[in-house]
Design a protein around this ligand. Structure first.
Ligand code: PEP
Ligand code: MG
Length: 576
C-alpha cells in the first residue's frame, strides 16, 4: 500500500526514483559476521584502509603546514596519526575481527566507542575533547573501507533515478552527489535554510527534509516520489500515482519555459524603478545557470565550497583560477565574492578541527578567517589577482565588531602590498563590503557604514541569530519566521541607513528569492536582490507587477505592526 509522509520542502521539483539508503559516515555502518576463511582478507582490508589514511594525513600535513614545525594543523595531524597507532584502536579491532568475526568497519567502530568512553572519564577538559579526534580519524578509515564516496547503485534499466534517503547529509555530502545523477534526496533532519538545502537548490535536486524517521520507513530499492515544492514524499506509489506525478512534472516544466520569456526583460517596476537581480553561486559550475537567466551579476559567491569536503586546502593558484573563471565569464557585471564562511555546518575536513559546544556561535566566518590569518591572506591575494579579469567586490561575512573590519582591511592592505612588491597586477578599485547577519551589526550600523563600501543582508543568519533558533534544526524550524516584527525592523533599518548614507545594500539570504517577500522588500526600499539563479525569473515577474508609489506607504504601516499574525495578513494583502 502506498503511503505519504510530509516534511519540509527545501528544493523544488518532482523526482521519481528508487531508494538508496545512505548511512552517514561510520555511525550507521553495516554489522555482519565474516566467514572464517575470509578473516585474513578482512584484516588485510582494515590494514590497507589504515595505511591509506596514514598516507592522507602525512600528505595533508605536508600540504598545509609548508614545513613549519609548530603549526596547529601539524599538531592536529600528529595527534590523529598517534591515535591511529594506538593499540587500543586498530590492534584491538583486528582482534575483534579474528575472534568475533566482525566485519572491519563494525570492529573499528566498537573499539572507537570504547576509547571514546575512556576519554569521557578524563577530568581535564582539553584532553576530554580529544575524543573528537578519535571519532574523526575512525571516520576517515571507515570512509576508505566503504569506498567513499562510491557505493552508489548502478543506473536502473527502468530509466528512473536514485533517491538518496539519509538521516542527515552535510553540505559536502550533497556536493558529492553532483556527479552521480541523483534524482532527489530526503532526510530525517534539516531546515530549509540549512546549507545542505541551499546546495540542493543550487544543484536543482528536489529535496524534502525534516521527515524524522524516513530511514526506518523505506527499504532499499523501493519506489519513491518526492514533491520538493510541497514537501511530500510518497512511498511505494502505484502506476496511477506515478502517472499523475509525471504529468505534474511536465506542468512544472511548462511553467518554467513560460518564465523563460522574461529572461531578457529588464526588471523594472510599473513606476519605472530599476531593480538589480543578482545570483548566488557556489562556484564556476553555476555559471551556466547564471547566464541562462541573464542575471545582473553575482551578489554572493560562497567561496567556502572550494574549501570544504576535501582534505587539503586549495592553494592560491587554485583559488585564483576559480575566481578568475567567474569574473571572466561575466564581463562588465558586478561579481561579489564572499571570503570563506567556514565553520558551523560548513566545517572543514579535519583541518584545525576542534570540539565546539555551540558551532553556530563559535569560530565561524570572519572569526575563523582572522584566527587563520595566513589562510585568509592567501584568499585575499587570490581574489585581488583575479580582480583584473572583471568587476570584483569582496564581501566579508558575519561581522559584528569594528575591529573585525579593521583587521580584515589591514590584511587586504597587506595582500596589496605583497602583490605590489612582487609586481603582480590587481584592480585598485576593488570595493570591500560586509554582511549584516548578526543583530548587533544591524543595530550598530554606523561603524559598518564608515568603513565599508557596500552592505549585504544575510537574512538566513540574521533570522537565526535574532530569533535564537538553529537554522539547520528541524525541531525549531516552525519558529524560523522572516516576518517576525523584530526581523523586519532590522532589515528595514539596514536598507534605510544604506539609502541615507549612499551605501548600496542588497539582500542575499533566501528571503530575496522567495516571491512571498518581494513586494515587502521592494516597499522597504530594496533595489538589489541576490538569490539562487533558479529564482530570478520568478522574482522578476513580481518586480514587473510592483508599483512602488503604492507599496511604500503600505509597507511603512506593516513595519509599525507588532503582531506576527497581523504582519502576515498584511504582507499577503500586498499581492492582492
Ligand atoms: C545568509 O546568512 O543569509 C547568507 C546569505 O549566508 P549563508 O546562507 O551562506 O550563511
Ligand atoms: Mg550567512
Amino acid at each position: 500500500m502506498p503511503f505519504t509522509i510530509h516534511g519540509l520542502p527545501v528544493s523544488q521539483g518532482i523526482a521519481i526514483g528508487h531508494v538508496h539508503l545512505v548511512s552517514h559516515a561510520m555511525l550507521e555502518v553495516n554489522h555482519y559476521h565474516v566467514a572464517a576463511k575470509y578473516l585474513p582478507e578482512e584484516v588485510e582490508r582494515l590494514n590497507e584502509a589504515v595505511a591509506t589514511v596514514r598516507g592522507e594525513l602525512v600528505g595533508l600535513k605536508a600540504a598545509t603546514t609548508g614545513g613549519q614545525p609548530h603549526s596547529e594543523v601539524g599538531a592536529f595531524v600528529d595527534l590523529q596519526l598517534m591515535m591511529l597507532g594506538d593499540p587500543m584502536l586498530v590492534d584491538a579491532a583486528r582482534v575483534l575481527i579474528n575472534e568475533r568475526r566482525c566485519n572491519a568497519e563494525w570492529a573499528l567502530v566498537q573499539q572507537m566507542e570504547l576509547v571514546v568512553e575512556q576519554f569521557e572519564q578524563i577530568e581535564d577538559p582539553y584532553l576530554r575533547e580529544r575524543k573528537a579526534d578519535v571519532v574523526q580519524v575512525v571516520e576517515r578509515v571507515v570512509k576508505v573501507l566503504l569506498g567513499h564516496p562510491g557505493h552508489l547503485p548502478p543506473k536502473r534499466r527502468d530509466g528512473l533515478g536514485t533517491i538518496i534517503v539519509a538521516h542527515d547529509l552535510s553540505p559536502a555530502d550533497t556536493i558529492g552527489f553532483r556527479d552521480h545523477n541523483i534524482g532527489g534526496f530526503v532526510t530525517d533532519v534539516g531546515g530549509p535554510t540549512s546549507h545542505t538545502a541551499i546546495v540542493a537548490r543550487s544543484l536543482r535536486i528536489p529535496a524534502v527534509v525534516g521527515l524524522h524517521h524516513i530511514r526506518q520507513l523505506v527499504e532499499e530499492d523501493e519506489l519513491l516520489i518526492i514533491d520538493g515544492t510541497r514537501g511530500v514524499v510518497i512511498v511505494g506509489p502505484d502506476e496511477r500515482i506515478v502517472e499523475e506525478y509525471r504529468l505534474r512534472r511536465s506542468e512544472l516544466e511548462l511553467e518554467r519555459s513560460k518564465l523563460n520569456r522574461l529572461k531578457d526583460t529588464r526588471a523594472t517596476t510599473l513606476d519605472g524603478e530599476d531593480v538589480n537581480l543578482l545570483a548566488n553561486i557556489e562556484g564556476p559550475k553555476d555559471l551556466n545557470q547564471v547566464k541562462a537567466v541573464n542575471a545582473d551579476g553575482v551578489g554572493l559567491y560562497r567561496t567556502e565550497f572550494l574549501f570544504i569536503g576535501r582534505d587539503a586546502l586549495p592553494d592560491e593558484d587554485e583559488q585564483y583560477e576559480a575566481y578568475r573563471a567567474v569574473l571572466k565569464s561575466l564581463p562588465g557585471k558586478p561579481v561579489t565574492i564572499r571570503t570563506f564562511d567556514v565553520g558551523a555546518d560548513k566545517a572543514l575536513n579535519g583541518v584545525g578541527a576542534r570540539f565546539e559546544p555551540n558551532p553556530a556561535l563559535g569560530l565561524r566566518a570572519v572569526r575563523y578567517s582572522l584566527a587563520e590569518p595566513q589562510m585568509f591572506l592567501t584568499q585575499l591575494r587570490a581574489l585581488l589577482r583575479a580582480s583584473v579579469h572583471g568587476r570584483l567586490q569582496i564581501m566579508i561575512p558575519m561581522l559584528a565588531h569594528a575591529h573585525e573590519i579593521d583587521q580584515s582591511l589591514q590584511l587586504v592592505a597587506k595582500a596589496r602590498a605583497e602583490l605590489d612588491a612582487e609586481g603582480l597586477r590587481y584592480d585598485p578599485r576593488v570595493e570591500i563590503g560586509g554582511m549584516i547577519e548578526v543583530p548587533a551589526a544591524a543595530l550598530a550600523l554606523g561603524m559598518f557604514i564608515r568603513r565599508l563600501s557596500f552592505l549585504s543582508i544575510g537574512t538566513n543568519d540574521l533570522i537565526q541569530y535574532t530569533l535564537a533558533i538553529d537554522r539547520s534544526d528541524e525541531a525549531v524550524v516552525h519558529l524560523y519566521d522572516p516576518l517576525h516584527p523584530a526581523v523586519l525592523k532590522l532589515i528595514a533599518g539596514t536598507i534605510q541607513a544604506g539609502a541615507r548614507f549612499g551605501l548600496p545594500v542588497s539582500v542575499c539570504g533566501e528571503m530575496a528569492g522567495d516571491p512571498a517577500y518581494t513586494l515587502l522588500l521592494l516597499g522597504m526600499g530594496l533595489r538589489n536582490f541576490s538569490m539562487h539563479p533558479g529564482h530570478i525569473l520568478e522574482i522578476k515577474r513580481q518586480v514587473l507587477r510592483a508599483d512602488l508609489n503604492e507599496l511604500a506607504p503600505r509597507v511603512q504601516r506593516i513595519l509599525k505592526m507588532d503582531e506576527q499574525a497581523k504582519v502576515r495578513e498584511a504582507v499577503l494583502r500586498l499581492a492582492g
